[in-house]
Design a protein. Structure first.
Length: 249
């Protein structure tokens, strides 16, 4: 993990990053630090709706490999986040059939990186991730994506259910992947404007998210294990969209 790539450290550096509006995943503050400019850092971060995480000072020491961090780090993405409006504008431009991925509380950076790589290959217009309880863009994600992080726009969203309703109003169908799905993924019509929703590694989609899907599909499991890795499940769905659209042409 490269410090230069993933962190801004020190009180002045973090404060300037906050003031400039630079994209930040979260702020990490040493436990018990509330003096002077640290208080200002926390206040600014909360005003911007950023996550502020209190950690042991030993964690900051380990992350910065002993460099002087003054009790505060800003975790930054390797590329800037996109806006959902920009992704929708691209997806609905002439000649395009909207194709968006929404990840519901996916937490593993290797899975996110692999999904970005497949999304690029499959022609996805953009990937949406919740701001909270979700893996942010990081150096690990960028490395696993094999460069796709530079090409696939990723936008952070607030409430997943509200976002899905907005996407439906924009004319898109929402398909979720879950082992309790009504039909096999290859039996559903995935040729129209679509949002593919994939849940977290352990729990799958949340109940409310599932309720906001137009339909839920399953991937047949014929062996002894009852679920696939999230990035593999997502890849199967994305390429089924590609296959059906190619066959329809």
């Amino acid at each position: 993990m490269s410090v230069a790539e993933e962190f801004i450290m020190g009180r002045n550096g973090v404060l300037e990053a906050l003031k400039s509006g630079r994209p930040i995943n979260k702020i990490m503050v040493a436990k018990g630090e509330r003096q002077g400019s640290i208080r200002e850092v926390i206040g600014q971060a909360r005003d911007q709706g950023l996550i502020v995480q209190e950690v042991e000072i030993s964690k900051l020491d380990a992350l910065t490999k002993g460099q002087k961090h003054q009790g505060v780090l800003a975790m930054i993405p390797p590329v800037a986040y996109a806006e959902m409006e920009d992704i929708l504008a691209k997806a609905t431009s002439p000649g395009e059939v909207p194709f968006v991925v929404l990840l519901d509380e996916l937490e593993d950076p290797h899975n996110l990186g692999a999904i970005l790589r497949t999304s690029d290959a499959a022609g996805v217009h953009g990937v949406l991730i919740p701001k909270r309880r979700s893996c942010p863009l990081s150096g690990t994600v960028a490395k696993t994506s094999a460069g796709a992080v530079e090409y696939v726009p990723v936008a952070r969203i607030g409430n997943v259910s509200q976002t899905l309703e907005e996407l439906k109003k924009a004319g898109m169908w929402v398909v979720g992947a879950d082992m309790d799905g009504e039909k096999n993924y290859y039996e559903a019509d995935l040729t129209g404007p679509i949002v593919v929703v994939v849940g977290s590694e352990g729990k799958g989609m949340g109940r409310l998210t599932k309720e906001h899907c137009d339909f839920v599909v399953r991937i047949p499991m014929l062996g002894n294990i009852n679920s696939l890795n999230a990035s593999v499940a997502c890849s199967l769905l994305l390429y089924e969209v590609v296959r059906q659209r190619e066959m329809k042409k």
